[in-house]
Design a protein around this ligand. Structure first.
Ligand SMILES: NC(=O)c1ccc[n+]([C@@H]2O[C@H](COP(=O)([O-])OP(=O)(O)OC[C@H]3O[C@@H](n4cnc5c(N)ncnc54)[C@H](O)[C@@H]3O)[C@@H](O)[C@H]2O)c1
Length: 265
């Protein structure tokens, strides 16, 4: 199905690595104008070069810290001016450190809150500043099945992703009248094919930093679809929800793309 994303201006935060990279390349293959917003511009430039090869109408990288509102506002200004508006935002930046809650510290909580929640607030607020006057748009936030399941060693992160789900539903209700759709995609464990598909700050920079190969195999066995997620699995769900043609009557939804790990309803 043609998703009608050709020429659309899309911002992908955290687009230099793993899932965000696949999302940026997915939009590129649909002929979109892609802005990659990331702290790691060197990795971002590699993705942008690939995006142009894949068919992006334009691709640029803007060094951005999503936790800093001024940085986010500068990102949107640049993307708007260079790419003719802001049609889609993908709030993809996220970060976690696997630890039992009893081992965590308030400093870690603050870092998790800034990256996983304040970053989404900064980008969504700024996107709405452009999308409301323009008469429409799509915002997709990358949440996590940890928000729905309760995941050991992800207490604070899972709670923040649940906050993102709730926030996005409210934003969907407040802004549907402006033709702005807001949805979430929840990945389960989603691993890059190679470390070349990650950035300097990536949680997956070292292949087994999060899980050993034995743990990956054990996780795969528990999933109905019997395999670990690939970044493109998440990108496909994001592009579907971002497409006005495919998902024009879908808003306020939380969609798991996790091989059946989470089944709600
Ligand atoms: N990979 C998984 O297994 C998994 C599972 C569930 C949810 N998620 C969610 O999916 C999203 C992407 O995960 P991933 O595995 O691709 O992450 P990743 O660590 O590979 O990449 C994250 C990117 O975000 C960038 N970044 C970090 N902090 C930033 C900031 N303050 N401002 C701008 N850029 C910043 C990093 O430089 C990096 O390029 C996250 O929201 C994550 O929570 C991932």
């Amino acid at each position: 199905m043609d998703l009608d994303l050709q020429g659309k201006s899309v911002i992908v935060t955290g687009g230099a690595s793993n899932i965000g990279r696949a999302i940026a390349l997915g939009f590129a293959a649909e002929g979109a104008r892609v802005t990659i917003a990331d702290l790691d511009t060197a990795a971002g430039e590699r993705v942008a070069a690939l995006a142009l090869k894949e068919g992006a109408a334009a691709a640029r990288v803007v060094k951005t810290d999503v936790t800093d509102l001024a940085s986010v506002q500068a990102l949107f200004q640049e993307a708007n001016d260079a790419h003719g508006g802001i049609h889609c935002l993908v709030n993809n930046v996220g970060w976690d450190k696997l630890m039992f809650f009893t081992q965590t510290t308030p400093d870690l909580w603050q870092k998790l809150i800034s990256i996983n929640y304040v970053g989404v607030l900064n980008c969504t607020k700024t996107a709405l500043d452009y999308m409301v006057p323009a008469g429409g748009g799509s915002i997709v936030s990358i949440s996590s099945d940890a928000s729905r399941q309760g995941e050991p060693r992800e207490a604070v992160y899972g709670g923040l992703k649940a906050a993102v789900n709730s926030f996005m539903k409210t934003i969907a209700k407040e802004n549907g009248r402006y033709n702005i759709r807001c949805n979430c995609v929840c990945p389960g464990v989603t691993v890059p094919d190679t470390v070349e598909e990650t950035s300097e700050n990536s949680m997956w920079k070292e292949k087994n930093a999060m899980f050993t190969d034995e743990q990956f195999a054990a996780i795969a066995k528990t999933l109905p679809l019997r395999r670990i997620g690939k970044p493109s699995d998440i990108a496909n769900a994001v592009m579907f929800l971002s497409s006005q043609k495919a998902a024009g009557f879908i808003t306020g939804q939380i969609l798991s793309a996790s091989g059946g790990y989470s089944m709600i309803g």
